[in-house]
Structure formats: structure tokens, C-alpha cells
Ligand binder design. Structure first.
Ligand code: AMP
Length: 401
């Protein structure tokens, strides 16, 4: 492959994994993708996919540097050759850009330092994101590296939405505000929805429902986010696979005082033992549906809590936006689960939101309108593509550098 547009290597580095994709930023084609898993454990694995061809290696991966070296080796060995693919940039997903980053930036030592400095706001994510950046810059020194922040789309939220109603000195001292997350997806989907519906972005109000293992909602007016459900961290808002979403903060105080739970135990409870998993024992919605179909009451309740929470946000964001032109469902659940989509919007006809049961049925691999022709708000399933969104932003920044 030696066309002039080139490719972008998109890297998402987690604490024990590195996900990557070689993307054509023009066509969106994924030329290769893969994942290194269980980094630092006794037995690791690497999976590299090119079209339908899968190369799987089971081997210890002691650290991220070794992991990325193995990946680059696989590109050499099974292809596509990175030299031939003409890699014009490496795009790195970074979860927390804090008050500092309102858009993607070219990585240099100062940017690395700032990402590191933001770690207290995202202790599980920013440190491994930064490790990924450091090893990638070492191994691919001749290509521009661009950091794309999950929070950037929400950087300019109106104060009314971004501010927590606590003592302003405490908030300022500890940088406590709503930063949001999944911003790359919300931005991509809100733009694609307007294009898909043939509407000018500036005149389109959209509620985006990103429902994956993590889940978040946003209200987007004319291409700008005006509210979002995730907060200081990706814990607030919708019910998720293992995260509670919204909860009375007094529950934490109650558990600390009366159950003797430590801060770390409460952190573990809310982030890893809550959500669908906490209520039903399963974090994957397919398994929760199965349990519910088998008559499990906890699973039924979990589904009700899950869809009720989405509905509450739709109502809230309809009020924030005033006029809702589109509602977009995206990510693993949003694209695949017609029962959740139907449950979340059930009874909203008085708000001008009416699903068409036939159009809604089944999984959607491409943008699809699922509302009735009479529905004032057009409801759409719009598959997200965070890798493509990161690749496009990386090209923009790298091209301008
Ligand atoms: P994501 O984080 O976007 O990759 O979404 C992952 C989640 O999507 C999984 O945990 C499942 O709960 C959900 N999911 C994936 N496929 C389906 C499906 N066919 N039906 C319902 N939920 C699905």
C-alpha cells in the first residue's frame, strides 16, 4: 500500500493491554488491528488481525515496550508493512485532558509532563496511556505522535453543566468539575448523524447515547456539547457493565461510617462490583437478557434500572436542548440491543419521540433510522468509530505541524 494519503496507527494503551489499529483516515478502512493482553502477567497474548487472517501468539509480555515491539514485529512478519502503509501519524487515546487540553495536540516532552500531571484525575487511565505514548515515541521516533483526549469535546461545557455545586475553593484547589469522557465518540457520532440526516451541523440538536461496557449520554447543540453524563471521572451517569453511574453521595458516607468500608473498598464497589454486574451477577447485557428470560428477578430489575436511567437522561437533555432533532444510539449495546433501545424510549411519544418497532428490530452495522416517519425527533443507530475519529484528528494535527 503506497498511496499518498497514508495511514495512521491508533494506539489505546491500558494498564495491562495495548489495543491498536492501522487506519486509512480517508476511507476509514482498518488495514490491521489487534490487541496485546495481560501485560506484566506470567502468560500474555497478542492477537493481530489483517482482514480475516488472525495471528495469535501466547507469550509473556513483561511490559508495554516489549508488547509494542512484538506488534511492530508482526507488522513486519505478516503485514501490512508499516513502511509501505506510509504511517503519517500515531494517534494516542488519552482519557483525561483535564482543564488543559481542549483538542488534540502533537506530543512533546511538555505534553507528556502535563498528561502525567493529570494522573490524579484518572489514576487508572492516564499513567498507562502515557506509558504507551513513551514506548511508541521511542520505537517510532520519525513519525509525529498526537494525543487525542477523551475529555476534549466537553472542555467548553457551559458552567451550568460543568460545575459541581460544592464549595468553590475546594473545587478549584482539587480541579473538581465535570470533564466528561467518551468525547471522541460523542463528537464523531453527533457529526455523522447530522451528515447522515443531511442537516447542517450548526442547526442540529442531538442526544448521543453511547452504550457500551462504559456508557454515557450527551446533549449536543450545533456541534457543541452542552451537557454530558460522565463527570470528574467516568463513574457518573448511566448504569454501566460494572459501574454504578449516578448515586447519592451519602451512600458512600453511609458505607464508610456504618459498614466500615475503606475508600479503596468503596472505589472497588462502585467501579467494579456495581452496575449490571452488581445487580444481576453479569456485566454483559446479552447474559443479563438470558437470565431475565429464564425468570431471574434480579436480572429483570437490572434491565429496568438500566433503561430507566437512560430514559431519565433523554428527558433531561430534551429539556436542556429545548428542541431535539436526533437521538443517536451507539457502541456495543446501542448498536446491537433493540430491547434496550425500545425500553429506553418507551412512552416518550408525548415528547415527540416514537420508535418504529420494525425499523428498530435487530443489530445495526450501518447508520439506520429507527423512528417512525411521524416522530418529531429522528432516532438513529449510528455505529461509532473511535479509531477513525482519532486517526482523522491525528492527521489534522500532524499535517499542521
Ligand atoms: P463496547 O464497550 O462498545 O465494545 O460494548 C461492549 C458491550 O456491548 C458488551 O459488554 C455487551 O454488553 C454489549 N453487546 C455487544 N454485543 C451485543 C449484542 N449482540 N446484544 C446486546 N449487547 C451486546
Amino acid at each position: 500500500m503506497s498511496d499518498s494519503t497514508g495511514s495512521v496507527l491508533v494506539v489505546n494503551s491500558g494498564s495491562s493491554s495495548i489495543k491498536y489499529q492501522l487506519v486509512d483516515p480517508t476511507t476509514g478502512e482498518a488495514r490491521a488491528s489487534g490487541i496485546v493482553e495481560r501485560i506484566g502477567e506470567a502468560a500474555g497474548s497478542v492477537r493481530h488481525e489483517v482482514g480475516d487472517a488472525v495471528t495469535q501468539r501466547e507469550l509473556p509480555v513483561p511490559d508495554h515496550g516489549v508488547g509494542l515491539r512484538i506488534v511492530l514485529g508482526l507488522f513486519d512478519e505478516v503485514g501490512p508493512s508499516l513502511a509501505d502503509a506510509h504511517v503519517v501519524a500515531v494517534g494516542h487515546r488519552v482519557v483525561q485532558g483535564g482543564p488543559r487540553f481542549s483538542g488534540p495536540v502533537l506530543v512533546d516532552a511538555e505534553v507528556e509532563r502535563q498528561i502525567d500531571e493529570l494522573s490524579p484525575l484518572a489514576p487508572l487511565h492516564n499513567p498507562p496511556n502515557l506509558t504507551g505514548i513513551r514506548v511508541a515515541r521511542e520505537l517510532l521516533p520519525d513519525v509525529p505522535h498526537v494525543a487525542v483526549f477523551d475529555t476534549a469535546f466537553f472542555h467548553d461545557l457551559p458552567a451550568a453543566a460543568a460545575t459541581y455545586a460544592i464549595d468553590r475553593d475546594v473545587a478549584a484547589a482539587y480541579q473538581v468539575r465535570r470533564y466528561g469522557a467518551h468525547g471522541t465518540s460523542h463528537q464523531y457520532v453527533s457529526r455523522e448523524v447530522a451528515a447522515f440526516l443531511g442537516r447542517p451541523l450548526e442547526d442540529t440538536n442531538t442526544i448521543v447515547l453511547h452504550l457500551g461496557n462504559g456508557a454515557s449520554a450527551s446533549a449536543v447543540r450545533g456541534g457543541h456539547a452542552v451537557d454530558t453524563s460522565m463527570g470528574l471521572t467516568p463513574l457518573e451517569g448511566l448504569v454501566m457493565g460494572t459501574r454504578s453511574g449516578d448515586i447519592d453521595p451519602a451512600v458512600l458516607i453511609h458505607l464508610q461510617r456504618n459498614a466500615g468500608m475503606s475508600v479503596d473498598e468503596i472505589d472497588d464497589l462502585l467501579n467494579r462490583r456495581s452496575g449490571l454486574k452488581g445487580m444481576s451477577g453479569e456485566n454483559d447485557l446479552r447474559a443479563v437478557h438470558q437470565l431475565a428470560a429464564d425468570g431471574d428477578e434480579h436480572a429483570r430489575t437490572a434491565l429496568e434500572v438500566y433503561t430507566h436511567r437512560i430514559k431519565k437522561y433523554v428527558g433531561a437533555y430534551a429539556a436542556v436542548l429545548g428542541r431535539v432533532d436526533a437521538i443517536a444510539f451507539t457502541a456495543g449495546v446501542g448498536e446491537n440491543d433493540d430491547q434496550v433501545r425500545a425500553g429506553a424510549l418507551e412512552g416518550l411519544a408525548p415528547l415527540g419521540i416514537e420508535l418504529d418497532a420494525e425499523r428498530n428490530a435487530g443489530r445495526k452495522k450501518a447508520p439506520t433510522i429507527i423512528s417512525t416517519d411521524a416522530s418529531r425527533t429522528t432516532v438513529v443507530v449510528l455505529p461509532t468509530n473511535e479509531e477513525l475519529a482519532i486517526a482523522r484528528q491525528a492527521v489534522e494535527v500532524a499535517g499542521a505541524s
